[in-house]
Design a protein around this ligand. Structure first.
Ligand code: ZN
Ligand code: ZN
Length: 198
């Protein structure tokens, strides 16, 4: 499902058979009721064929696989061997987290502070000019914030934009129910820059 070498998720595509997309190609994520371990998410993603398709992804794949904790192997140039990916990446990821770095972060507008987050808390993504509007459900206060971030901020673990755009608005849950409503809301919003130092 997630390939840590390419940083891409694989889903079926009705036109091409298979689609390999980065997290920033996701448009909508919705946790399905029921299964808790692992939790299952229904996603809508933008495919290279030009359409948007549905897919299913577990929270393990969303949150842990990009950190190398989802299994797989990688080619180790030092030893010219295929090594278990989990050992290499997870050790590095664990080290960085211990040093106070966080793989993903966002600015919580209702709390007026940056917070660490996992991709399973993202729920709407809308691409703009060179940037990505990202709606996040805060894991701490449960309220929604919208940040304007780079694609790398979403796709590359530990790449945190130094500054993100923040929509100065506390969103009602139903306002952000659909991608269309979200995009509409964005056009009428102003973004304010906030630093993401955690
Ligand atoms: Zn497709
Ligand atoms: Zn919050």
């Amino acid at each position: 499902m997630y390939d840590a070498l390419t940083g891409r998720f694989t889903f079926p595509c009705p036109a091409r058979g298979e689609a390999c997309v980065t997290l920033s190609a996701f448009r909508q994520l919705e946790r399905l009721p029921g299964a808790a371990h692992p939790a299952l998410f229904h996603v809508l993603f933008s495919c290279a064929c030009g359409e948007e398709h549905d897919g299913l992804v577990t929270d393990d794949d969303l949150d842990w696989a990009p950190l190398g904790l989802g299994g797989g192997v990688f080619y180790n140039l030092m030893t010219a061997r295929l090594d278990p990916l989990a050992d290499e990446l997870s050790e590095r990821a664990a080290q960085r987290i211990r040093e106070g770095e966080w793989p993903w972060s966002f600015f919580c507008y209702p709390e007026d502070r940056p917070r660490p987050v996992f991709p399973s808390s993202f729920f709407l993504l809308a691409p703009g000019e060179g940037a990505l509007a990202l709606a996040i459900r805060c894991p701490a206060c449960r309220r929604a914030s919208v940040n304007l971030v780079s694609h790398e901020h979403v796709d590359v673990p530990f790449h945190n934009d130094a500054e993100v755009g923040v929509v100065e608005h506390v969103f009602a849950d139903d306002l952000l129910a659909t991608v269309a409503a979200f995009s509409e809301e964005l056009y009428s919003s102003t973004f304010d820059a906030r630093r993401l130092d955690l």
